[in-house]
Design a protein around this ligand. Structure first.
Ligand code: ADP
Length: 403
């Protein structure tokens, strides 16, 4: 048993005695988002140090040092910061107090703890957006069931009951169709959570889900990627189509909203803005993610400068790259696990034989139902062509299944 929270440094060979010229980037979290950020950073000459709870994680093979420790431990975070020029992160769930304590040591953290504090409580996030006049679904705090019933009377049923914190891939959400379903949804979502853990939102009968990546530099320079359509399956992002086929006015409105949101929360780096397009043509913000995002994976092949490279450029204070697409259309399909098994992928070779399919495998040892294991991106002259190429490769890859 370790006596302190100091992370364990996995041996990556002896340190190079030559003077160091490359910037060192620390990443909190070692999943696929950290891996793709590291790939972009390494291409620009950076060294990457990763802090993650497990040594065997997607970004480990790229890290010049792999720290195994708890993200929420100030000691582990401080140890990471001492090894790098600046710290960034791949998820928004790291305890804001620990991040503030890290900043208090003089470490540079981007995006800053303040941004994370605003965003990681979804109720607070909605309040900040609404107060700034940005369009969000109607919402209310839900300290008790009575407050939910009152919201139902005001907004109508169904309602979305949501966990304020630590919710992802829809795991903290319940759709409550009628007052009679409230008890069960309340019990399911409050179990294991602290007091005042929920808030409630009107159900938005959206026509489509949209998303946009924004990258904001240390000097406030901001670039916006094309608006995309994201198609969810079981509350998990499944397909991203770029650009979204919406009227120009909708794209312009969404771009304005997303850029203002990034500025409002002071995000430095790449940030995902998830939105709903209502049947009435209105755009509402669903949620912000102050980090690189699944809806921006297509940018690796489809844009001049990817969301990952622009994130690295932004946090290092370098000029941001062009977000222009290099083809008329791109489609990204997530490769989600279906079974629990070691993550062998027998169809990979056949998928690689599909012309124009760009296959990404995250390198997770185990696959589980719904787990993000990789993705495929294809470009095309039309959205249909890009979709056909991506799908024909994605269909061939089934992690953990003998085929
Ligand atoms: P998570 O943060 O867990 O991904 P979200 O709050 O983004 O959860 O919700 C996941 C999905 O649930 C959304 O992509 C959307 O499909 C649906 N959803 C969320 N909020 C609403 C809402 N107010 N009305 C209708 N559908 C919603």
């Amino acid at each position: 048993m370790q006596e302190t929270d100091a992370p364990i440094v996995l041996d990556k060979g002896s340190e190079d005695p030559a003077p160091r010229v490359s910037p060192r980037l620390g990443i909190i979290g070692g999943g696929q988002l950290a891996k793709m950020t590291a790939m972009a950073g390494i291409r620009l000459g950076c060294e990457v140090v990763v802090l993650e709870r497990e040594g065997q994680c997607p970004a480990a093979s790229l890290a010049s040092q792999m720290l195994v420790g708890d993200w929420n431990s100030v000691e582990a975070l401080t140890d990471l910061a001492a090894r790098v020029d600046l710290v960034t992160l791949e998820n928004e769930f790291i305890d804001a107090e620990s991040l503030e304590a890290l900043e208090a040591t003089g470490a540079l953290l981007l995006p800053a703890a303040r941004t994370l504090r605003l965003i990681q409580d979804k109720l607070k996030q909605k309040q900040v957006l609404a107060e700034a006049g940005l369009p969000v679904p109607r919402f209310r705090d839900a300290p008790d069931k009575e407050a939910v019933r009152a919201a139902g009377e005001a907004f109508g049923w169904p309602l979305l009951l949501k966990a304020r914190r630590n919710a992802y891939d829809g795991k903290g959400n319940a759709t409550v169709a009628a007052p009679g379903e409230l008890d069960a949804a309340w019990d399911a979502l409050t179990r294991g959570r602290e007091k005042d853990a929920l808030y409630v939102e009107e159900f938005v009968p959206f026509e489509r889900e949209l998303a946009m990546m924004i990258t904001r530099g240390r000097d406030n320079a901001t670039v916006a990627y094309p608006l995309v359509e994201s198609i969810q399956r079981d509350h998990v992002c499944h397909i991203v189509k770029a650009p979204a086929t919406v009227p120009e006015a909708v794209a312009a409105e969404a771009t304005g909203i997303a850029s203002r949101a990034a500025e409002l929360v002071g995000c430095v780096g790449s940030m995902g803005v998830e939105m709903f397009l209502g049947g009435d043509g209105r755009v509402l913000i669903n949620e912000l993610a102050p980090r690189v995002h699944n809806s921006g994976h297509y940018t690796i092949e489809a844009c001049d400068c990817s969301q990952f490279e622009n994130h690295v450029r932004a946090v290092l204070g370098w000029p941001l790259g062009s977000t222009a697409m290099v083809a008329p259309a791109a489609v990204m399909i997530n490769l989600l696990g279906r079974v629990t098994a070691p993550a062998i992928a027998p169809g990979l070779a056949r998928a690689l034989a599909v012309p124009g399919a760009h296959v990404h495998v995250y390198g997770k040892a185990m696959t589980r139902p719904g787990r993000k294991m990789g993705h495929v991106t294809a470009l095309g002259a039309t959205p249909e062509e890009a979709f056909r190429t991506a799908q024909s490769a994605a269909d061939l890859i089934r992690f953990g299944e003998l085929q």
